[in-house]
Write a protein that binds this ligand. Sequence first.
Ligand SMILES: CCCCCCCCCC/C=C\CCC/C=C/C(=O)SCCNC(=O)CCNC(=O)[C@H](O)C(C)(C)COP(=O)(O)OP(=O)(O)OC[C@H]1O[C@@H](n2cnc3c(N)ncnc32)[C@H](O)[C@@H]1OP(=O)(O)O
Ligand code: FAD
Length: 658
Amino acid sequence: METIAAERKASKLATKELTYFLYGGEEMVLRKREIENAVISDPTYDITKYHYLTREELFEQAVKKSVHSITKLMPELDILGVFERHSLTSVIGGENPLSLHTDMFMPTITGQGSDEQQEKWLPLATNYKIIGCYAQTEMGHGTYVRGLETTATYDPVKQEFDIHSPTLTSIKWWPGTLGVNATHAIVPARLITKGEDKGIHNFIVQLRSLDNHTAMKGITIGDIGPKFGYAEMDNGFLKFEHVRIPRDNLLMRFSQVLPDGTYVRPKTSSKLSYGTMVLIRAGLSKFSFEMLSRALTIAIRYSIVRRQTQNRPGEAETQLLDYVNQQHTLITLLATVFGIYFVSQDTIQLYVKTQSQLNEENMELLPELHASSSGVKAISTNLASQGIETCRIACGGHGYSLSSGFPFLYQSTTPSMTYEGDNNVLLLQTARYLIKIRKEVQEDPSYSPPDNVNYLTEAVRPRNINFRSPQHQLALYQCMVRACVDRAATKVSQGEKIGLDYFDAWNAAAVELIQCAEAHTHYVMVKSFIENIDKEEVRNMSPYNQFILKCLSDIFSLNYILNKSGLFIEAGAIYGRELNEIREVIQSQILEVRPAAVSLVDAFDYPDFVLRSVLGRKDGDVYTAMWEWVQHNPRNKHKNGVHPVYKKYTRKLLRAKM
Ligand SMILES: CCCCCCCCCC/C=C\CCC/C=C/C(=O)SCCNC(=O)CCNC(=O)[C@H](O)C(C)(C)COP(=O)(O)OP(=O)(O)OC[C@H]1O[C@@H](n2cnc3c(N)ncnc32)[C@H](O)[C@@H]1OP(=O)(O)O
Ligand SMILES: Cc1cc2nc3c(=O)[nH]c(=O)nc-3n(C[C@H](O)[C@H](O)[C@H](O)COP(=O)(O)OP(=O)(O)OC[C@H]3O[C@@H](n4cnc5c(N)ncnc54)[C@H](O)[C@@H]3O)c2cc1C
C-alpha cells in the first residue's frame, strides 16, 4: 500500500488533467463519476459474489440489472445519449443482455427506416414496448452476407412478405438478445418479388407475443447454449416457417417494394443496408480501448505492489515493474492503448461526418469509412484481445484466478475479433480499397487520393534519419506500407497474368493482402497519434504530460517498426544496422514513462467496482483482497470444513485396498 502511494507521490504526471482530456473535459468526468456512484451505491448491482455465480444465475442477474437500469437508474440520471448509455453499461459490468436493442435494432431503424417507419417503430422501441435484436447471421453464413438463405417473398394479393427458412443452414444463429428476450428482430433476408431475387434487405419481424412472450406462429426460437464467455447474453437461434409480415415491415429508406410488387432500387449504394455493421465497427475501437485500458490498470498497479526476488542483500525484493522485461511488456502496451484511443476518436468522427454526407445523398466518404472502420476494428480488437492475455501472463499465477478480473475482460473482448465481421475478412476489405486506390493513382496522374493513402503517390525515406522525429517515423511507415501494397497488388496481377480467374488470383495473394491492410492500419494509427498530440488541447497541457504523450507516441510508432523490421528493411525504409538505434530510443522512452506508469493508468479513472480485480485495487492492498475473496468461496463452506466429495469418493479411495 505504501509502495503504490509513494509511486503516486513521486510521479510528475498531472493525472487529473489527463483524465479530463481522455473523457472530453471536467464536466464529462464529473458526469461519469455521478453515474458510477449511482451504480455503486445501488444494491441491485452488487458484485460481491459475481465471480461465483453459475451461468443461469449470471444471466438472470444481468437481465434484472438491465431492467432495473432502464426503469429506474436511467430515468433518475436522465441518461439518453449513446455515450452515457455505454458509460452506464460499462460501470455495471458484465454483458448487457438487452444491449442489442439500443446498439443495433434501433440504429437500423433510424438509419434504414423511412420517416413513417421511424415514426411508427422508434417510440415503441424507445419506451421498451418492444425489445429488438439484429438477426443476420445464419448457421451456414456469417461472413458472406450475400449468401444468406432466409427468404422474404412478396405476395401482392395480401401485400405481405412471407419469411421462410428454406434449409437447416438458413436458421438464424448467434444473434444476441434473441435467445430469450427479444420480441422483435431486424431480419436481413433475400427479397423476392415478381419471381426475382433482389438480394439482401432488412425486415422487421415480430418473434414473440407482446401478451405472454410465447413464440409467434411459424417461429421456432431459443438459446444456442454455453459459449467461451458471454454467459450473460442470450445468443439465439431462429427458424421461420412461412411467417407473414406486412409489406411495410421492409425497411424502406433506400429501396422499396410498391404494393403491386414493383421493386424500387436504392438511388445510391446497395451497401447502405450494411450501415449498422459500420456503426458498431467504428464503436468497437472505443470498446477495445476500454477493455485493454482496464487490463493495463490491473497489471500495472499489481506490478508496482508485487515484489519478487531479493536481488541485493539487505534490500527489499524488486518491484515487478522495475524488471526491464516487465516494463517493456506493459509500457509498450500502454503506448498501444493510447494509439487505440486516438484512432477510435478519429474513426467515430469519420463515421459522424460520413453520416451527415449520406443524409444529403453524398456517397463520397463511404468507401473510405468502410475501409477505415474495417481495418481499425480488426487491428484494435486484435491488439486488445492479445494485450489482455499479455497482461494476464505478466501477473503470474494470480493473473489466472477469476479474481484478477482478466478472464472476464478476455472472454468479453476476444469474440470482438469475430463478430461484426471476422478480422481477416475485414482486413481483406481494407486491402480491396487500397488496391483500388493504387490502380486509380497509376491510371490517372491527376487523381488525388484521400490523405491516409497519399503515400501511394509519393513515399520517400528521409535523409539523415532521426528516429525521434514524428515526421521521419511517418515517412518510414509510408515507404513500408507502399511496398506492402505494391507487393500484394503485384501478386494479384501476376496471378491474373498466368491465367488465374479473379478469385484465384485474389486468394493466392490473401496473405500479402492482409499484411498490407494491417500495415496500412498501423500507419493510420501512428498518424492519428502523432496528429492528435499536436492539437491545441494537448499543446495546452502541462509540459510533462505532453512529454509523456510524446514518449508513448514514439514507443508505439517505433516498437512496430522493430517488431516488423523485416517489412521496413524489405521496403528500403530502414537498414538492419539502424535497428539498434531504434531499440535504444524505445528503451530510453520506456524508462522515461516508467515513473509515470501508475499515474497514467490512474488517469483512466476506473473505480475498483468496474475493475472487479483483487490485483488492480487502487489502494494496492492486493493480499488483503485475495484473502477476502477466498472467504466467499462456496467450496470452503461445508460443515467442519469437509467437502461432500470426501464422503462420496475420496474417503472410499483412502480406505480402499489396492
Ligand atoms: C458511436 C459509438 C457507439 C457504438 C458502441 C459500440 C459498442 C460495442 C459493443 C458491442 C457489443 C456487442 C456487439 C456484438 C453484436 C454482434 C453483432 C454481429 O456480429 S451482427 C453480424 C455482423 N456480420 C458481419 O459483419 C458480416 C461480415 N461480412 C460483410 O460485412 C460483408 O459480407 C463483406 C463486407 C465481407 C462482403 O460483402 P459483399 O460480398 O457484399 O461485398 P464485396 O466484397 O463483393 O464488395 C462489394 C463492394 O461493397 C463494398 N462494401 C462492402 N461492405 C460495405 C459496407 N459495409 N459499407 C460500404 N461499402 C461496403 C466493398 O468495399 C465493395 O466495394 P467496391 O467499390 O466494389 O470495391
Ligand atoms: C459473441 C458473438 C455475438 C454475435 N452476435 C451476433 C448478432 O447479434 N447478430 C448477428 O447477426 N450475428 C452475431 N454474431 C455472428 C458473427 O457476426 C459472425 O460469427 C461473424 O460475422 C463471422 O462469421 P462466421 O461465423 O460465418 O465465420 P466464417 O465466415 O465461417 O469464418 C471462419 C474463418 O474463415 C475465414 N474466412 C471466411 N470467409 C473468408 C473470406 N471470404 N476470405 C478469407 N477468409 C475467410 C475467416 O477469416 C475465419 O478465420 C455473433 C458472434 C459472436 C461470436
